[in-house]
Design a protein around this ligand. Sequence first.
Ligand SMILES: [Zn+2]
Length: 160
Amino acid sequence: MESRSSRPLGKVRSIALVFTLSLLTIGFYAVYWWYKVNDEVRKHDPEIEVRPWLSAIAFSIFGTIFLFIPTIVTVYRTARRICEMQRHCRVKRILDPDRVVWLYITSWLSIPLLFFFAPLCFILYFFFVADIQDNLNDHWKWHRRMQAVERSKTGQEKAA
Ligand SMILES: [Zn+2]
């Protein structure tokens, strides 16, 4: 059986940078980020099936044409994939897909509902990005630590 520790790891990203770049590029970076999130999970966990470019399309402006339905579906399914990957690797931290979906939906709902308090949409969107990226960052860092432990163990064996 292939050791989980040798699987490709994703990139540790700054949440603030993902958020800021998404705003500055009027969403283009967000779509790229969504592609990378799904691609990293797919490469890391071969049991997870996903076509990252389809997720990216659903997350893009095309999703809004269809009343956000594809977008909400990809948000939920991506969060579920991260959750599945975390379970497969037996880490303690497990993402809550329902919370991710609610953060995403309320970030958009707050625009028409709270017209005079539109900044709330940015705050909620920030939490949405943070929830996803922080879970991933933790996961990749956890694997790096495990790899370091394994390396030092094999190093000791060789030295003995
Ligand atoms: Zn893992």
